[in-house]
Design a binder for this molecule. Structure first.
Ligand code: NDP
Length: 471
């Protein structure tokens, strides 16, 4: 791989410190991207030394590991290896107002000497759009790649506008819309599980599957992130982005190869066919936590958390039921759900199978449906089914076959960045897919905004409300 330069715009921010630099550190420590030059840019009047110290800390210290873990990033940050240390030692800081073309031009002139450039927008979303506009007046070095964070727009129209703007800067293959769930080893394992085995794929369809749940309930609360979260909420923060990506991997048809174009085409196919199951009033639920005990901690009402504007009515738990109108999946309800401050932390996709057409008379005692459960942290696979257990040979017992699989070598941000540096957009979200993901949740956003769906409360530490699945 040739020498490359990573420019982080917004390098003094939270994302950079907690997720991006630890992921980059792990990637460098594993021997990827030799010869990287790292440039941090923001308005802050830092100097090279201050930035280098921050980079070293994020690459190596236990605090970075703890922060990554508390943010739900489930792969550890390793001690800074020499390759990472070297990048940190050479890192440079360029004070930049990213909304000014002159500043950006100066920044890029500085960077160009060190090989192809990757620009990571770790900026507030509104500033990202302004930075893209300012970049229109700058000659980008050939081969420049742009990396954007969620939320990508605020709806399908604004996502389309941002896509149009980006297309004036670089070709689509060089735009990486990050969804770090696509860098999680368990999420990627869905592909191996489905397409490299004979036993699962033939039963993954509406003939055999009764319902599918994709759940990301966490016992973390706001953890000081009100500034970001109160403007996003559970629907946009988790469902519109990460959980729809998981749905796409669970429901897509097998691509011929995992080349970026085919893989992303297959994902786009199913997302185009995905819609809300029924009316928002019956197919969506929103709630926010009230005061309660969570793992021995006393949490205040969400509305009383520092930095929250209660008038926004932000939900901390969202659930929607979707239909995937393809030949394979038509008629199977998909429940997507994510909540914060939920007592029972559950991060898994659960495929529930229909009961057998007939259980012979005389076999009795257990009628749980078969289930395939894919855990997203800890990484886990389980199959629940019925057997003739010990004792009465005709009495059925429920059993579970389980497998833990180790983490990938890299944390999710490291995995996603590896694709960026290799100029491989496979794990990035394509322009049309970003718009489709908004299109799917837009009826819910509109109904919630108009008050057509009530905002429920649930005590922190409880399991929170849920929707009945359509039968
Ligand atoms: P922060 O507010 O913590 O950081 C934003 C950064 O942008 C700061 O360094 C800020 O500098 C800088 N900035 C703002 N305006 C300008 C400007 N005109 N010129 C140069 N720099 C500027 O945000 P986060 O790091 O939390 O989030 C960044 C992006 O990542 C957002 O899009 C967010 O949605 C996304 N994201 C964040 C996650 C997280 O856990 N934090 C998780 C997933 C996505 P200054 O401080 O000086 O204003």
């Amino acid at each position: 791989m040739t020498d490359q330069t990573l420019i982080i715009l917004g390098a003094s921010g939270d994302l950079t410190a907690r997720l991006l630099l630890p992921g980059l550190g792990a990637l460098l420590s594993a021997g990827h991207v030799p010869g990287l030059t790292l440039i941090g840019a923001a308005i802050d009047d830092w100097d090279h030394e201050h930035w280098r110290q921050r980079v070293h800390e994020a690459f190596g210290v236990p605090g970075a590991k703890a922060a990554a873990e508390s943010a739900g990033q489930d792969t550890p940050v390793t001690d800074s290896a020499p390759a990472a240390s070297d990048v940190a030692d050479r890192a440079r800081w360029v004070r930049t107002d990213v909304t000014h073309s002159d500043d950006l031009r100066r920044l890029l002139d500085d960077a160009e000497a060190h090989g192809p450039v990757v620009i990571f927008f770790a900026l507030p979303p509104a500033v990202t759009a302004k930075a893209c506009e300012a970049l229109l007046d700058v000659d980008l070095p050939p081969g420049t790649r742009l990396v954007l964070e969620k939320p990508f727009g605020t709806g399908s129209a604004s996502a389309a506008e941002l896509n149009a703007l980006l297309s004036r800067l670089v070709p689509e293959e060089r735009v990486h819309r990050v969804d770090h769930f696509l860098g999680k080893s368990t999420v990627l394992n869905i592909l191996g599980l489905r397409f490299a085995n004979r036993i699962f794929e033939p039963v993954l369809d509406s003939t055999h599957v009764a319902s599918v749940e994709i759940v990301f309930d966490e016992n973390l609360a706001l953890e000081g992130r009100a500034g970001y979260y109160d403007k996003a909420g559970a629907l946009a923060d988790m469902i519109q982005s990460h959980l729809l990506q998981i749905l796409a991997l669970l429901t897509m048809e097998a691509p011929f190869t995992l080349a970026a174009a085919e893989f992303r085409d297959r994902k786009a196919d199913v997302l185009r066919a995905t819609r809300l199951w029924g009316e928002p009033a019956t197919s969506s639920l929103r709630a926010r936590y009230t005061a309660g005990d969570l793992d021995g901690r006393k949490l205040p009402d969400y509305a009383d958390e520092p930095g929250v504007d209660p008038s926004r009515g932000t939900e901390t738990l969202a659930e929607i039921v979707l239909a995937v109108d393809t030949w394979r999946w038509a008629g199977v309800p998909f429940r997507l759900r994510s909540g914060k401050a939920v007592g029972d932390s559950r991060k898994e996709a659960v495929i529930t199978f229909k009961r057998p057409p007939r259980v012979p008379d005389g076999l009795h005692g257990c009628d749980q449906p078969d289930r395939l459960r894919i855990g997203f942290g800890p990484d886990h696979l389980a199959i629940d089914f019925n057997i003739n257990g010990p004792g009465d040979p005709f009495e059925l017992d429920a059993v579970t076959l389980e497998a833990d699989f180790g983490q990938g070598d890299l944390p999710p941000y490291g995995e996603v960045l590896r694709g960026v540096f290799q100029d491989d957009p496979t794990l990035s979200v394509r322009a049309d897919t970003a718009e489709q993901c908004w299109r799917i949740v837009e009826p819910v956003i509109e109904a919630w905004r108009s008050g057509a769906v009530p905002l429920h409360g649930y005590p922190a530490g409880s399991s929170g409300p849920t929707l009945p699945l359509p039968s």
